[in-house]
Design a protein around this ligand. Structure first.
Ligand SMILES: Cc1ncc(COP(=O)(O)O)c(C=O)c1O
Length: 457
């Protein structure tokens, strides 16, 4: 039954109220939060698009699975179901549960990398980069050139520059590259997918130099669906078959199950390397827990086992990708500049193009995020100069869509709010920092509007 209306492929069984606030209240909440939306109480937010991580709604089948969670310390049946579900999709020999994605990263890089090593990726997510740098290695981003141009349209803007990868390995020497990573979809690059062709080419370079390939698999199901939609030869394959084919090109993965695991917490690390897996489990026991729970409750393992399979459901993926694209296309129709094409889990507003009158030193992304809150109680996140300082390549505001949480009318409301801010964009002022922490300053920074600024600490 073809229809242009996007409907949620689920019924709602349990609801959570959200609260309206007045513009005056929001102005005062903003001031109290020092214009940093991380510092807002969630109750003062109407539509929370801060992140898609751990914010999704679980299904009836996941809640039913939660009830059969086996909380045994060792040898839990829930771990068997968790491992079986992961191996069914990912196919790797060793499955190590962790409390979330960054714990999998820390364990992988602490065991596989040494000081001075170089780890290439299409684009490292911030926790991935931080965990690599923590062990004294260097994280190198090698996206294709189009990835750095917000308005350029490319079906697989998450692709890695394969020639640059080869050159890097030759330049630094294969012994200094313990592994290559490929992030699907490329979150920091705009939630953009990686094609099977590109993954195959990256895998071929890795094989040539005998370097293992690891996927950062957070949004693997969304990536698989983009391949089905956009890559020739995959139209008739299921998202699961596509995911299986892609993972077969690699040797392991890290995963935050808070994304396409459809869970509120959890993650895992996989590898085909038995020696490495033994070292990783030793480290796991030291900081996360026994290898059959790894910092998670048995019920979390159950929710992830079911959620991973649900994320590959075609009706769900069709709605998810269409709904994000709908938001993107309705604002672009009115001239709002975004990273093109719309990604899987988020829309990224190009704050620099949205507010060209605000210099980069005055944080156009923070100013825009504050206005979206002021206008309609929407919480987003700046991904630009506040987050990355001088290393920022773009000034973006990310609107990340939690999975199965908001309906199409919520999305219509978000469009209305963005367009209202777009109309009065010339009145928006820049921001100035009044407090910053020594690292990861965006979480706790204090700012004020430029005309009010007095001190910089
Ligand atoms: C691509 C990517 N990798 C890794 C992570 C880290 O996962 P977690 O937040 O579960 O530690 C994230 C989280 O947003 C991510 O988007």
């Amino acid at each position: 039954m073809p229809t242009s209306t996007i409907i949620e492929p689920f019924r709602i069984k349990s609801v959570e109220p959200i609260r309206w606030t007045t513009r005056r209240e929001r102005e005062s909440h903003l001031r109290a939060a020092h214009y940093n939306l991380f510092l807002l109480p969630a109750d003062d937010v109407l539509i929370d698009l801060l992140t898609d991580s751990g914010t999704g709604a679980m299904s009836t089948n996941q809640w039913a699975a939660v009830m059969r969670g086996d909380e045994s310390y060792a040898g839990s049946r829930s771990f068997d179901r968790f491992r079986e579900s992961i191996q069914d999709i990912f196919g790797y020999r060793h499955v190590i549960p962790t409390h979330q994605g960054r714990a999998a990263e820390r364990i992988l890089f602490s065991t596989a990398c040494r000081k001075g090593d170089v780890i290439p990726n299409n684009t490292h997510f911030d926790t991935t980069r931080a965990n690599i740098e923590f062990v004294g290695a260097e994280a190198v981003d090698l996206p294709i050139a189009e990835a750095r141009q917000p308005s350029a349209w490319h079906p697989f803007k998450g692709n890695m520059d394969v020639a640059a990868l080869d050159e890097l390995i030759v330049r630094v020497g294969r012994d200094n590259v313990p592994l290559v990573m490929l992030t699907i979809t490329n979150n920091s690059g705009g939630g953009q997918p990686v094609s099977m062709e590109n993954a195959r080419a990256v895998s071929a370079v890795c094989h040539k130099y005998r370097i293992p390939l690891y996927f950062d698999a957070c949004r693997f199901a969304e990536n698989a669906y983009f391949i089905k939609l956009r890559e020739q030869g995959y139209e008739n394959r299921t998202p699961k078959q596509i995911a299986q084919e892609m993972f077969a090109l690699g040797d392991g993965c890290t995963m935050s199950a808070k994304k396409d695991g459809m869970a509120n917490i959890g993650g895992f690390l996989c590898t085909n390397d038995g020696v490495l897996a033994a070292q990783e489990k030793d480290l796991l026991i030291l900081t996360e827990g026994y290898p059959t729970y790894g910092g998670l409750a048995g019920r979390d393992l159950e929710a992830i086992a079911v959620g991973l399979q649900e994320s590959l459901d075609e009706d769900y993926l069709r709605y998810r990708i269409a709904s994000t694209a709908y938001l993107g296309s309705h604002i672009t129709e009115h001239g709002v500049p975004i990273v093109q094409p719309p990604g899987g889990h988020a829309i990224y507003l190009d704050a620099h193009a949205f507010l060209p009158h605000i210099p980069l030193e005055e944080f156009p992304g923070v100013a825009l995020a504050a206005e979206l809150y002021l206008e309609g109680g929407i919480r987003s996140v700046e991904i630009g100069s506040l987050m990355f300082g001088k290393a920022a390549k773009m000034e973006l505001v990310r609107l990340a869509i939690p999975r199965r949480v908001y309906t199409q009318s919520h999305i219509d409301y978000v469009i209305e709010v963005i367009l209202a801010v777009w109309k009065r964009r010339h009145e928006i002022q820049g921001m100035r920092l009044t407090y910053q922490a020594a690292f990861l300053r965006h979480f706790t920074a204090h700012l004020e509007r430029t005309e009010l600024a007095q001190t910089v600490v």
